[in-house]
Every structure is written in structure tokens, then in C-alpha cells.
Design a binder for this molecule. Sequence first.
Ligand SMILES: N[C@@H](CCC(=O)N[C@@H](CS)C(=O)NCC(=O)O)C(=O)O
Length: 230
Amino acid sequence: MSRIVSSQGPKTAPKPNLVTAAPSFRLYYFNIKARGEVIRLIFHAVGAKFDDVRVEDSTGWAKLKTDMPLRTLPTLEFDGMQLGQTMSIARYLALEFGLRGQGVYEQALVDSAAETADDLLSDFLEVVFIDRNSKKAEAKRNFVEHILPQTLQQLDRYQKQHSSEYGYIVGNGLTFADLAVYNVLDQILTSGMIELGYYQRFRYPTELRKRIMTHGGLMRYLNNRPRTKI
Ligand SMILES: N[C@@H](CCC(=O)N[C@@H](CS)C(=O)NCC(=O)O)C(=O)O
């Protein structure tokens, strides 16, 4: 369920639910994809219920900020606890939901791939948020011509080394690293920086996209999610 927190939103963070046995998850993020989207994808990939709280404006955020452990979003609340930092939240949920990989080494490999996706997302968001048009054009060119293809080549090599399974980056099943990679590649595509054909030169991104397109829970979400600026 999605909720929008506006300037009329709640003054304090809602009280934790102490009665239910299964954790009741509430994700706070802005009404954009950017960093928080990978966490939404994790919930939808496993069909777990969560309250998708989308903070809509700066007044709503100013009121909420002091209730957040690191004063940033995304923040996850569950069982009366709070967790900040996107990748920590993603790792925690991946462990809860079986998207973490098998064994300690494989889990570390999954982390490496997810961090690579997160680095790419940071580079992408840096370009998106550049104000000056002259600088933006140059940064965009550098991103599309250098950073993106280099990262995609790295991911292709990585998949070849660590998975023999179609469309998965490590091991033989979906992990949160696949969702992190899908998330950033999808955001780059929908920003209009590149066209879909761009990814077809790369094996893993092409296979991964096909995997996601045949995942019922993810497709339902991707086809119906709120249309946002980024
Ligand atoms: N590394 C942190 C970055 C958190 C962060 O800077 N979040 C931004 C939104 S993407 C934020 O909360 N901005 C509002 C603010 O800092 O007041 C993470 O991934 O969670």
C-alpha cells in the first residue's frame, strides 16, 4: 500500500505494532525511485507486504527528519526498530527473504555486485542532479560513453565468473544484487540518457531484464508503480 506524507502528514513516527508475529514493515522514502527503489523491488520480488510511505514535499520531510535515525531516507521501520542506509536495509531484507546468496563467500560476492550497482547509481544521480547545463552535458557524455559501458563490461565478466545461471549475477538464484543492478539500469533507461538497444550489447543486463520481465510480482509492481520525475 502506498501513502503520501505531505505537510499535513503525521507529526511523529507511528507506534510500532507489538501484536503481530510477522514483522510489519514501513519504508520511508521520497516519491522518487533513486535510492529507495531497490528496497521496494525487494519487497515486491518476494511478495512481502510493506507500507510504502512516500514523503511528498519538503515540509513533510522537515517534520519527519528528526524521527529518522540518520536524518536521511530511505529508513525502514519494523518491530519498533529503525534502520537507515539503503544498502544496509537491502542486505537486512535480503537475509530475511532469502535473496542473500548461499554461504559466506557467495554472500560477499553478492555484496560486491550490489555495491557496484550502488556506485553506478551514485554516478548516475550525480549527473541527474547537476544544475548547470554546460557541466551536465559533459558529465552525461562521460557517464554514457565511459562509466556505464565500463561497469556493464565488469558486470558481464563478474557474472561469467560467478554464475552459470541465465540472468543471475552470482550463484543459481535471484539475489538483491540482481535487483540493485536492474534498478540502476532501469533508471538510466527511463531517464532517456540511453535507449534500450544500448544494453543489448551486454549479456547479463539483457538476460537480467528478461528474468525480471517474467517475474509476476515485479512486473505487477513495475507496470503499476507511481510515475515519478526520477
Ligand atoms: N548513503 C545514504 C544516503 C542517504 C541520503 O543522502 N538520502 C537522501 C535522499 S536519496 C536524503 O535523505 N536527503 C534528504 C536530506 O538529507 O535531508 C543511503 O544510501 O541511504
